[in-house]
Design a binder for this molecule. Structure first.
Ligand code: 5AD
Ligand code: SF4
Length: 435
């Protein structure tokens, strides 16, 4: 028997890339590949890339520079680029980086096995189509191998919103929803393999329309799957938070009390320039409705500072909005010019202005995050245990509110949800005791 070939996938960017990397590894499993944790013994290295900000794209070309040295030592090593940089810059990658054998976009990776065969025969392969066929249908059924208690499941891809700064509508294409029955089948398979919590993924997940009841309808059906204990979803757009989904947060016990709902800015003029199609007040009203349905929900958001023409007063409105809402955590970004997007045409702010705003934004976000974490001390939460801690006798899990919680408990607890009393709050996690 020939020994299995080894595949190393390096994943950049969002959770959907994490999911895609798993599916690519499964697809290549049929070609005799097993995954490895190190590039040193790999026969094929795939970079699953992110194009969302300039820095993310640059990382790919510097990584390819390093991989060239590895390939000089091992000429049989094959190198592929997948994901959104592949989609946006496929031809350019092949031209600029002779080390690359294969380029595959996010919608074409079901064709990886055929591409890999072509590469083994000496060709260079490029596929960045938006094919008519559904890649999830073309991919083989997912293997039943045992897995950890949490998993991602892509239910929707692409985005029709065209925010003025964002490349996603170009790299991931138009919104497409997977049919609910296929998602339920995949979810049941994951649960049989040991999964207890599923995070439904989509670039615009709450615009999901593969179920007559929308995302709320899908969540209700998923909640009926025995053994699945927790459901989350990400990432959502404020304008797609429909009434049924808001209600579900109050009525569906398996839907966790955490919502990532990016607002990007607190200034109406900037929101308009960003093409977000809602105002700051509309966002505040929406949050009030969500909190009426589920008062303890923990909210998080994304913020961009230094969007072209943003003034200090408009930046202050972002800080005001954050003070009004009170977020449990948030992601902060300096505006990054993306070629081909409408905002790229506008004059950019000086970097020192943007950096200064980023620091002030981060300090407010961190303050809120700490105070929300500290408010958890003394409370009882549910924790799904995921892995052993670094200290012996300690296991780590996530609370319903997505806080990491360290608890003295046996490793046999992994895969189970238990009530935990929170006793301490550290910089990035909580500590607690089994009740
Ligand atoms: N510059 C900075 N941040 C961006 N994001 C998307 N595009 C850009 C850009 N050009 C951020 C948004 C989005 C998150 C995934 O990435 O905040 O919600
Ligand atoms: Fe990008 Fe999200 Fe806007 Fe879509 S809704 S364009 S993915 S920022």
């Amino acid at each position: 028997m020939t020994p299995p070939k080894k595949l190393f996938i390096k994943t950049y960017g969002c959770q959907m890339n994490v999911y895609d990397s798993e599916r690519m590894a499964e697809a290549l499993g049929g070609q005799g590949y097993v995954t490895t944790d190190t590039q040193d013994d790999a026969d094929l290295i795939l970079l699953n890339t992110c194009h969302i900000r300039e820095k993310a794209s640059e990382k790919v070309f510097s990584e390819l520079g390093r991989l060239k040295l590895l390939k000089d030592e091992r000429p049989n090593l094959k190198i592929g680029v997948a994901g959104c940089v592949a989609q946006a810059e496929g031809d350019e990658i092949l031209r600029r980086a002779p080390v690359v054998d294969l380029v595959v976009g996010p919608q074409s990776y079901h064709r990886l096995p055929a591409m890999e065969a072509a590469v083994q025969a000496g060709a260079r392969a490029l596929d960045t189509d938006f094919p008519a066929e559904d890649k999830f249908e073309e991919l083989k059924a997912r293997p039943k191998a045992a897995r950890g208690p949490v998993a991602f499941l892509t239910v929707q891809e692409g985005c029709d919103k065209f925010c003025a700064f964002c490349v996603v509508p170009y790299t991931r294409g138009a919104e497409v929803s997977r049919p609910a029955d296929r998602i339920l089948t995949e979810a049941r398979g994951l649960v049989e393999a040991g999964v207890r919590e599923i995070t439904l993924l989509g670039q615009n997940v709450n615009a999901y329309h593969g179920h007559p009841g929308g995302l709320a309808g899908l969540i209700d059906d998923l909640a009926k799957v025995d053994g699945l204990e927790r459901i989350r979803y990400t990432t959502s757009h404020p304008n797609d938070m429909d009434e049924a989904l808001i209600v579900a947060h109050g009525t569906q016990p398996k839907l966790m009390p955490y919502l990532h709902l990016p607002v990007q800015s607190g200034s109406d003029r900037i929101l308009k320039a960003m093409n977000r199609k809602h105002t700051a007040d509309q966002y505040v009203d929406l949050i009030a409705r969500i909190r009426a349905a589920r008062p303890d929900i923990l909210l998080s958001s994304d913020f961009i500072v230094g969007f072209p023409t943003e003034t200090e007063a408009e930046f202050q409105q972002t800080l005001d909005l954050i003070r009004t809402i009170g977020f449990g955590m948030s992601y902060t970004f300096k505006y990054s010019t993306r070629p081909g997007t409408p905002a790229a045409e506008k004059p950019q702010l000086p970097d020192d202005v943007t950096t200064d705003r980023l620091h002030r934004l981060q300090s407010l976000i961190t303050k809120q995050q700490r105070s929300v974490q500290e408010s958890m001390v003394g409370r009882d939460v549910s924790v799904l245990f995921e892995k052993a801690g670094r200290m012996p006798g300690q296991v780590i899990g996530k609370s319903d509110y997505l806080h990491a919680v360290h608890v003295p408990a046996p490793v046999q607890m992994i895969g189970y949800v238990r009530r935990v009393r929170i006793t301490t709050s550290g910089p990035n996690s909580l500590g607690g005791e089994l009740i």
